[in-house]
Ligand binder design. Structure first.
Ligand code: PEP
Ligand code: MN
Length: 338
């Protein structure tokens, strides 16, 4: 941490900063300039300390962090890429893993039909929400346990792993007894008790980016998932809220290379929730693969016109099959395959 003293700060004020650092067993390097004094506070855990510790002391102008606040998710901590393994499928390797299916599980028939379509087109994982985080309490909330049972049936029938959202710490046991991958939704990215409970399960988990969260906050949330021993974390960019309102959210394509540099965790992209409209999904899905994403999470519905949730952004079976063909070409051009 770099503690910049105010112009004219007294020797006592500088010494108070030095003593505070020493009381925390941190190293100190003093740089006394003609105008200003700067105190470098050194130690491997300064990323996890609050800058307030020094900012509140008299005579301090500013405190700047050098170390990142996240640790377990960082590439400094683990230089080698993490591979998340789900059954026989690995996320983070050469294969681009496509997870596809309806926004919500609506019925056994709808899910079975979806599974058949997405598997036939080459998706590796079936998605489907049984617990839905809806903006209004009066909207369809998902089939809950019954939806999980349908997911388990589809997994058996089509020999495909399933990913589904868990919204509440009290339901982690239930959902993980059915799901191959737990999904933490955008609205729950900073639900720290949920993240801690999931950390204890040690099973694969997709952490969606909070739509108003920075990449640093996202990676620090990933640290919560890893703090109790889970190493199987996949990051999912799904669009953030910006001033732009023509799409549902703004897909942060830049997040992909930024995360690849900052973290060892696999990165997937959800073009469906970012776009909000089926016509935009193929272009941004292809951009994500070209930019280095390790996978995609795509909403596909056998009949989007009748979908209970997110019909407008869901691909039809034929649009999805066409997109998969196009994605194979892009994947090949970046040395990957689907
Ligand atoms: C979803 O994937 O079904 C979902 C609700 O996404 P998000 O949490 O990104 O809004
Ligand atoms: Mn949805």
């Amino acid at each position: 941490m770099i503690v910049e003293m105010r112009k004219g700060s007294t020797a006592e004020e500088v010494d108070a900063v030095v003593q505070r650092a020493k009381s925390l067993k941190l190293g100190v390097q003093l740089n006394v300039g003609t105008d200003k004094t700067v105190v470098a506070v050194l130690g491997s855990n300064t990323g996890q300390l609050s800058t307030d510790i020094f900012a509140v002391l008299p005579g301090v102008e500013s405190v700047t962090r050098i170390m990142k606040p996240y640790k377990l998710a960082s590439r400094e901590f683990k230089p080698k890429d993490t591979l998340v393994s789900i059954g026989g499928i690995e996320v983070g390797g050469k294969r681009i893993v496509v997870m596809a299916g309806p926004c919500a599980v609506e019925s056994k028939e709808q899910l079975m039909e979806s599974a058949q379509i997405v598997k036939g087109a080459g998706a590796g994982v079936l998605r489907g929400g049984a617990f839905k985080p809806r903006t209004s309490p009066f909207s369809f909330q998902g089939l809950k346990k019954e939806g999980l049972e349908f997911l388990a049936m589809a997994r058996e029938e089509f020999k495909m792993p399933v990913v589904t959202e868990v919204m509440d710490s009290r339901e982690v046991g239930l959902v993980s007894s059915y799901a191959d991958i737990l999904q933490v939704g955008s609205r729950n990215m900073q639900n720290f008790s949920l993240l801690t409970t999931i950390s204890r399960t040690k099973g694969p988990v997709v952490l969606k980016r909070g739509f108003s969260c920075t990449i640093t906050e996202w990676l620090t949330a990933a640290d919560y998932l890893m703090a109790k021993g889970n190493t199987q974390v996949i990051l999912c960019e799904r669009g953030i809220r910006t001033f732009e309102d023509t799409a549902r959210f703004s897909l942060d394509i830049c997040a992909i290379p930024v995360l690849k540099k900052a973290s060892h965790l696999p990165v997937i992209v959800d073009p469906s929730h970012a776009a909000g409209h089926y016509s935009l999904v193929p272009a941004i899905a292809k951009a994500a693969v070209a930019a280095g994403a390790d996978g995609l999470l795509i909403e596909v519905h056998p009949n989007p016109k009748e979908a209970l949730v997110d019909g407008l952004q869901s691909l039809t079976p034929s649009d999805f099959t066409r997109l998969m063909g196009e994605l194979r070409v892009i994947a090949k051009s970046v040395g990957r395959y689907i």
